[in-house]
Design a protein around this ligand. Structure first.
Ligand code: ZN
Length: 840
């Protein structure tokens, strides 16, 4: 079976007209994608490009979004040779001897160069081409895997088997020589460059022949057909599970919505353990680790797509403690928390039972171990041990996950382990699995260190070793010394182990996903007179507090955030304003906290906990003392804010509608009329209390709805999801933004109402993607509600600014982590409010 079938032939005709750095990186991505399919064979016909090149555009030097039409023209890729002085050329003779250190000089000339200082020269330089026709052979041992590249396509074309097939010992990736390069770029520049490297694609186009016979997967339900890019992914993943080449998995980093699950499933149904593997002790089971909220979805999709595949959901207190029970299933789905807790149980048990592997690690000098030589890890390991000693008299704690030699371990939303020092990351790395996979749409969010965690889990040598990774990649990037070389090294590794496609890419001239249309409308809602008065009073109060803060030189980010929060809440409903900060904190940090995208929220959570220390007015954050405290509620309110609190209380009692609630009802009525009751709607709010306020109005109108928020237990949440997906009469789901804006598949709904605006447009987009994704058959209508002439106007402006920034950086991922600066925050108050000169 392996490798004998006719394979799709890849030929890439790519033209790159990016500018400067972007140019170089964008090009890298081309190269990367190209080299990701070594097994596909070479260009079939003579007119396929035998030369790969990167051409740089001439012209302006500003970093702007490349004109998409510029990519349409097809020309061979040419690697510019700005760095030929640094990169060893492909030897012209057939054989090269590698040093036995395991770290080889960079053998392939296809690693595009990243000329830093000479970068401007790119625009003046004629591109050189590199002859790729000479074969390459690796004869000495131990021998790292050569980087697959277009070179290998050619090779393979002439001789079907890899010439280096038999001498591999590990999935070691050769990296560029480590000799000093003194090229300095600023650390910030380096981080930026890496990020762009990771964010990839930039709308590239891809031309390749795909055999759509491969869209049918034996073992899948009959009507399921892979999309073209998934056919490529299927073949690539298979290539990456090849023990004969010492390949044991990798990173599937496709954009969200491109079908990472289904591609992984092809492996699960096709890449099964054989009897000889089982004799070696491997279970025939794939372990999927994912956030709690996605367990059900994984199990669902597996049973839906691959009917004969048995699935066990392994979580909750009633889960089995018996490893053999797990081995009976084809797939076990569990959560990061369960892995962590079972690892702790396993570690505490390990001492007595002297489990060879782990206990030896504990007892030996941890630093000598290949994979745990990071100082931070040692520290963690030790502190963990200390803790165990105290709590040890336990016994039958559950640790079944660590009693199985998994055939395959898949980390979904693998950026969950981005921090290598966390227990979660350490635990996942300790899972035993023959094949290891990371699925993530954001392989790197903030720092290059995050990649180390993935490499470590994947056991990609040499970078699964912290010292090496730090020396070769992390340190150079952080200091700027040798950063270019570091990026090249990283590039080499990623070429080999990562597949990433972006939604806006095209394949053979077509979009990867043929999704229905998506329209986003900002809907202005109108305050009635009492709402208007309430808001105006509150805004005045907030502005005077801000002024006071500024005057006192208290540049208090947290207070400003909270004041803004109150204004945003007032746009939704007066009731929200008088809420205890504590409940705000709870809803902004629901228990079902989902993996990694919490940065924006975390600021607020931190803010609230800090507030707890002193007595502050719950509306305006003013510190309370005997003079300004309200007599009735001296703990919570200042005198000024009593009226707001009273109005809010009044509103709660009489439960009046609000501008936004009125608009929601109108929109729902419109949807119903337009679709004759066929279409369903998601309503997102950041405030669960707001969802509470909406509910009775839906009831009144006889609208059947379900709810999904972080305070609900998993079972109830899943029931909600089931209902909206399958029960025809249930046409609305109320979702708290925090709990449900990522991961969920809600294609049953094609209308989305965003009750309140979030700072960060990238997070909003994620929320929209719940409905606008693979499987959606209808056009998707998105309604963002806002009140005119309030803070929400300014938030929209801010979103636009952030979008611009993101566009400039050409990276959708990056924006996700943009925190608001103080300037941003202050600009959200009425412009006149802060620009007035204070008398000094
Ligand atoms: Zn107050």
């Amino acid at each position: 079976m392996e490798g004998t079938k006719t394979r799709p032939i890849l030929s890439f005709f790519l033209s790159l007209n990016y500018d400067l750095l972007e140019d170089a990186y964008g090009t890298h991505r081309m190269m990367q994608d190209t080299s990701l399919y070594p097994g596909f064979g070479g260009p079939k016909s003579k007119d396929s490009p035998s030369v790969i090149s990167v051409s740089s555009s001439s012209g302006s030097s500003s970093a702007v979004l490349p004109n998409r039409s510029a990519h349409r023209t097809k020309s061979p890729i040419v690697i510019s040779s700005d760095e030929e002085d640094e990169l060893p050329k492909r030897p012209s003779s057939g054989a090269s001897t590698l040093p036995s250190s395991g770290i080889s000089p960079l053998e392939t000339p296809l690693i595009p160069s990243l000329p830093p200082l000479k970068i401007r020269d790119l625009t003046q330089k004629k591109v050189d081409t590199i002859d790729l026709s000479s074969p390459v052979r690796f004869v000495s041992k131990p021998t790292p895997i050569p980087i697959p590249s277009n070179k290998d396509f050619l090779l393979q074309h002439s001789s079907p088997a890899y010439t280096y097939g038999r001498v591999q010992h590990t999935d070691t990736i050769p990296i560029a020589d480590t000799s000093e390069d003194n090229v300095y770029i600023s650390p910030a520049e380096a981080e930026k460059a890496i990020r762009e490297l990771m964010s990839g694609g930039m709308g590239q186009e891809l031309e390749t022949e795909i055999n759509m016979d491969d869209a049918i997967v034996k073992g899948f339900r009959q009507d399921i057909k892979l999309l073209p890019h998934q056919v490529i992914g299927r073949a690539w993943m298979k290539e990456r599970e090849d023990p004969s080449k010492k390949r044991f998995g990798g990173i599937l980093a496709d954009d969200m919505g491109l079908g990472k699950t289904i591609q992984t499933l092809t492996r699960i149904v096709e890449g099964r353990a054989r009897k000889s593997d089982r004799d070696d002790g491997w279970a025939a089971t794939t372990l999927v680790v994912c956030p709690l909220a996605l367990v059900e979805q994984w199990a669902d999709e597996i049973t839906k797509m691959a009917e004969d595949t048995t699935v066990l959901k392994h979580h909750g207190s009633s889960r089995t403690s018996d490893p053999t029970a797990l081995r009976k299933f084809r797939v076990v789905v569990t959560t990061y928390d369960v892995v962590k807790s079972e690892y702790e149980a396993y570690m505490s048990g390990a001492k007595d039972e002297s489990h060879t592997k782990l206990s030896s690690k504990k007892n030996s000098e941890a630093g000598s171990d290949d994979d745990t030589s990071s100082g931070a890890l040692d520290k963690f390991g030790r502190s963990l041990n200390v803790k165990e000693k105290k709590t040890r008299p336990k016994s039958n704690k559950k640790s079944a996950l660590f009693g199985v030699k998994w055939w395959r371990v898949v980390l979904d939303e693998a950026h969950s382990i981005k921090n290598v020092k966390t227990k979660g990351a350490i635990s996942c790395c300790e899972l035993e699995g023959k094949y290891r996979w990371c699925l993530t749409g954001t392989p790197m969010q903030n720092s290059v260190d995050e990649l180390y965690s993935l490499f470590k889990f994947l056991r990609i040598k040499p970078y699964s070793n912290w010292t090496t990774f730090n020396e070769h990649v992390a340190k150079p990037v952080k200091t700027g010394r040798g950063a270019i070389r570091a990026m090249k090294r990283l590039q080499v590794v990623l070429n080999q182990i990562m597949l990433r496609r972006q939604k806006d890419q095209t394949l053979n001239g077509k979009a990867l996903l043929d999704l229905p249309k998506r329209t986003v409308s900002v809907v202005s809602c109108e305050f009635d007179s009492s709402e208007k008065a309430f808001y105006a009073g509150l805004e005045n109060k907030m502005e005077s507090v801000i002024k006071k803060l500024m005057r006192n030189g208290q540049n208090n980010y947290i207070s400003v955030l909270l004041l803004l929060l109150r204004l945003r809440q007032a746009c939704n409903h007066p009731v929200l304003v008088a809420q205890d900060y504590k409940s705000d904190m709870e809803e902004l940090d629901p228990k079902a906290k989902r993996s990694a995208d919490d940065d924006d929220t975390d600021i607020l959570v931190g803010a609230f906990s800090q507030l707890g220390v002193t007595r502050k007015c719950r509306v305006c954050t003013t510190e309370l003392n005997s003079r300004n405290a309200a007599p009735d509620e001296p703990e919570h309110l200042c005198l000024d804010c009593v009226p707001f609190a009273q109005q809010a209380k009044q509103a709660e009692k009489t439960r009046p509608t609000s501008a936004k609630i009125r608009m929601i009802l109108k929109l729902l009525a419109d949807v119903k009329e337009r679709s004759r009751g066929e279409e369903k709607t998601i309503i997102f709010s950041q405030f669960t209390k707001m969802l509470d306020l909406i509910e009775p109005f839906l009831k009144d109108k006889g609208i059947k709805y379900v709810r999904y928020d972080g305070s609900m237990d998993l079972k109830t949440r899943n029931e909600s999801l089931q209902a909206i997906k399958t029960v025809k009469s249930v046409c609305v789901i109320l979702i708290s933004f925090k709990a449900g804006s990522t991961g969920l598949n809600l294609t049953a709904c094609n209308n989305v109402i965003l009750v309140d605006l979030w700072w960060n447009p990238a997070l909003e987009d994620q929320a929209f993607d719940r409905a606008h994704r693979l499987g959606q058959k209808r056009d998707v209508h998105i309604f963002k509600l806002k009140i005119d002439e309030t803070v929400e106007d300014r938030i929209l402006t801010l979103q636009e600014k952030k979008r611009e920034l993101a566009r400039a950086a050409l990276s959708g991922d990056k924006i996700k982590n943009m925190r608001l600066g103080m300037d941003d925050l202050l600009a959200l108050f009425r412009p006149g409010g802060r620009d007035e000169d204070e008398e000094d």
